[in-house]
Write a protein that binds this ligand. Structure first.
Ligand code: ZN
Length: 239
């Protein structure tokens, strides 16, 4: 049986002498793995199908529950993600997170489209912000939405409070008077509000705020999802 999927290539692992096993995030069937044969040879026609961040229509031969790539037509070219080191790590971090938050056989179209948007935004603009937006959305889709509303302990609005905390187990920002969790800055809070398309205060959107927001997301991710994100750590370190 043959199936066609629109997919983003998340990961390529070496397999046999000349083959690779690809982890694909598809719009149609969620995450799946597919072998691509002979792709390590210099002349391989399907070499680009195993490139990082490849967005393409993959033709897959299905036998039992195994897939093999038999054809691939590129839909979009995220070339800039492979030539700029910061964009490369941001896109790698987003790919790692997408792989960790999706499961074979489960619908993942929201995360697929969010990742597609993140790659597009990373090519043309601020890769840190695009990564923050993607991580918060993907976490939210996976049942780990961050809570930005009033303080869950006392009900006070958080908008004008300088001293904030973030409680990792509940994923909520908390006022300084209630003081549960780790200290979080107002810039972190506002960067995350912006990334979630909520009302925010522009004066608190700073490059430092993006780094802090990514650190918070890394901690939160580590607590909620049993997966390491080495590219995210490397990206934060380079910022
Ligand atoms: Zn409170």
């Amino acid at each position: 049986m043959e199936v066609k999927v629109n997919a983003l290539m998340l990961r390529a692992a070496d397999y046999n002498e000349n083959d690779k096993i690809l982890t694909l995030l598809t719009a149609e069937y969620g995450k799946l793995t597919a072998a691509v044969k002979g792709v390590k040879k210099a002349t391989a026609k399907l070499k680009f199908a195993a490139q990082p961040f490849c967005f393409a229509e993959y033709v897959l031969a299905k036998s039992g529950d195994r897939y093999t790539v038999t054809g691939c037509t590129e839909n979009g070219n995220f070339y800039d993600l492979r030539t700029d080191i910061m964009k490369f790590y941001a896109a790698s971090a987003a790919s790692e997170a997408a792989a960790a938050l999706t499961f074979e056989g489960d619908d993942a179209h929201a995360i697929f489209y969010a990742l597609l948007r993140a790659f597009t935004d990373m090519c043309s603009g601020d890769e840190s912000f695009a990564l923050i937006r993607f991580l918060t959305l993907a976490l939210s889709q996976s049942g780990y939405a961050i809570s930005f509303g009033n303080c869950p302990k006392c009900g006070k609005p958080l908008k004008d409070i300088d001293s904030l905390f973030f409680d990792i187990p509940s994923g909520a920002f908390i006022c300084g008077d209630c003081g549960v969790g780790a200290r979080a800055s107002r810039v972190t809070y506002n960067v995350l509000l912006k990334a979630n398309d909520r009302q925010y205060e522009e004066e608190y959107i700073t490059p430092d705020g993006e780094k802090r927001a990514l650190r918070l997301l890394r901690e939160y991710f580590a607590e909620k999802v049993d997966a390491r994100l080495p590219a995210l750590s490397e990206f934060v370190r380079m910022l």
